[in-house]
Each structure stands twice: as C-alpha cells, then as structure tokens.
Design a protein around this ligand. Structure first.
Ligand SMILES: NC(=O)c1ccc[n+]([C@@H]2O[C@H](COP(=O)([O-])OP(=O)(O)OC[C@H]3O[C@@H](n4cnc5c(N)ncnc54)[C@H](OP(=O)(O)O)[C@@H]3O)[C@@H](O)[C@H]2O)c1
Length: 265
C-alpha cells in the first residue's frame, strides 16, 4: 500500500510554482500591512477571531508536526521511487535538526511570561510548515538521489558551511534577545553585541543564511523554493521590526544599523 498518493514530477513542479507565488503574495502583504505576526510588539486584535494561546505552547504546537511530516513524506517518496534510502537523507536530517531545536528546545528558553499568540497565526504557521515538510520530504525521497561523491563537491562544502554558520548566528542572536530580559520581564530593550552591531534582526539574517546554504548544499529546486519561503517573509518582517526599533528608541538607536543584511538592507 502506498504511504501517500504518488505524484509525477510535472505535478510536483506545478505545486512548487504555486507555492512560490503564494510566498511572494504573503511577503508583500506583510510588508505593506506592516505585519510582524509572531511578535508581541504590537496589538493584533484583528487576528484574534479564534482566540489566543500561551506563546511557548503555541510555538511547540506550530513547529512539532513538521518533524513527523518530513520523515513520513521522505519515506513515502522513497517508497514511490522504488529506490533505497540514499545520500538525500543528509538533507532531511539537516532540516530535522533545525526544526527539532526550533520546536522542542527554543520555546522552553523564551522569556515570554503572560504573552499570547493568536491561534489563527499558530494554525497558519503550522500549515505552512506541514506543506514545507511534505515538499522537502517527498522531493528528497522520490526525485533526488545523491551518492557519496556529492560530499566532495564544492557546492556541498560551501552550502554546508553557510548552513552551519547561519545556524550559529541565528542561535547566538536569539540568545542575546533572550538574555535581555530577567525571568519575569516582558518589555523590549535595545539589543547590542554580536551581529546586532550591524542589523536589527540578526536572528533572521542567520536563518536566511542557513536556508540559502541548504539550497546550495543540496543544489535542488526544493532547497531554492524553501530558501525563498524563508527569506522573503523574514525580510518583510525585519524591515517592519527595524522601523519599530527606530521609532521606539528614537535617537538612542544606532543610526548605522541596517534591518537584516549587514551594510545592505
Ligand atoms: N517570525 C517568523 O515568521 C519566523 C519564520 C521562520 C523562522 N523564524 C525564527 O524563529 C525565531 C523567533 O522568531 P521571532 O519572529 O519570534 O523573533 P523575534 O521577534 O526576534 O523574537 C524572538 C524572542 O525575543 C524576544 N525579543 C525580541 N526583541 C526583543 C527585545 N528588543 N528585547 C527583549 N526581548 C526581545 C521576543 O519577545 P516577544 O515574544 O515578547 O515578542 C521573542 O520572545 C528566530 O530564530 C527566527 O529566525 C521566525
């Protein structure tokens, strides 16, 4: 029995195209509406039609299903292709490690006492991650095989270095933000140090670098699509957060600091 309905490559590519178009639309909407959907910096009363949920719990619920989805869809893809598990498992493992941290380690460290997340945002984000888990898992299982020679390819080495450095910048910057607050504090402070010297949202910069690295190390269309899905919404949110910092801290805010890409944006 098939684990999932089999898809031919042309249908899969059509799904990827529609998915990228949706990304462009949603990033543009975030940009023009000035939205930071996960942040508590501003009131989001319009998003509360389904109520809200404790922020840590919301993070865990929205991020955990992708862990199961990506593994299940990878195995379904391998079954559909009639091949064996091959080097493509490296990319599914890299994806899994990132989301294991995001779903099951990061939320426990947050200092967000009393903060809430709209259930609507949680469900949107969860659907987004489930679809991406499907796309990544099924593609690497069904359509792309790698042998050990790929490990010696410069694209793999360069992409892996970007992935690891990006993850280090992301976690280090998130740590700086977490450490700005004492356990019961909830207000926003002016972050300094690390990549905050150059940008307002270095955690987003690190995340972007990570997934661009993933696209390069896997040299795959699906890696490119996922990098776009991460980069465009994060750029839109970073520009909004940057404007918020400048307004909130006024003259105290370092004027040379960019929003997300050092010296550029
Ligand atoms: N946002 C997205 O769409 C998205 C997409 C993909 C990946 N991610 C990743 O998920 C992680 C969290 O994303 P996020 O959008 O929640 O990041 P964020 O807005 O930078 O917030 C991260 C945490 O730090 C706190 N914080 C932010 N600025 C602060 C300040 N100036 N002073 C004190 N505390 C501050 C936030 O508190 P509050 O909770 O009180 O706001 C939140 O708990 C990042 O690593 C990001 O790369 C996010």
């Amino acid at each position: 029995m098939d684990l999932l309905p089999q898809l031919d490559r042309a249908s899969f590519d059509l799904i990827l195209l529609v998915w990228v178009l949706l990304c462009v639309i949603s990033a543009a909407a975030m940009h023009f509406a000035g939205m930071m959907p996960i942040s508590n910096r501003e009131q989001r009363s319009g998003l509360l039609i389904l109520g809200d949920i404790d922020k840590k719990t919301g993070w865990i619920i929205l991020e955990t299903p992708v862990l199961v989805t990506v593994v299940f869809c990878y195995l379904a893809g391998v079954q559909a292709s009639g091949s064996d598990i091959n080097g493509s498992v490296v990319f599914v493992a890299a994806f899994f490690v990132h989301y294991f941290h995001r779903a099951l380690i990061y939320p426990y460290r947050l200092k967000v006492k009393g903060k809430r997340m709209p259930v609507l945002i949680m469900l949107f984000a969860m659907s987004f991650y489930i679809i991406n888990g499907y796309i990544i898992g099924y593609y690497f299982g069904a359509f792309k095989a790698y042998d050990s020679s790929w490990l010696a390819d410069p694209r793999f080495g360069l992409g892996l270095a970007m992935f690891v450095i990006g993850m280090a910048i992301n976690i280090h910057s998130d740590n700086i933000l977490i450490n700005l607050r004492k356990p019961d504090e909830t207000e926003y402070k002016l972050p300094r140090g690390g990549f905050f010297r150059w940008v307002s949202c270095p955690n987003y910069f690190g995340e972007m670098l990570e997934w661009i690295g993933f696209a390069i190390m896997s040299w795959s269309i699906v890696g490119l699509v996922f990098a776009i899905w991460i980069a465009l919404p994060l750029m839109a949110q970073a520009l909004n957060a940057h404007r918020w910092y400048q307004k909130h801290f006024g003259d105290q805010y370092p004027p040379e600091r960019k929003a997300i890409i050092p010296f550029v944006l």
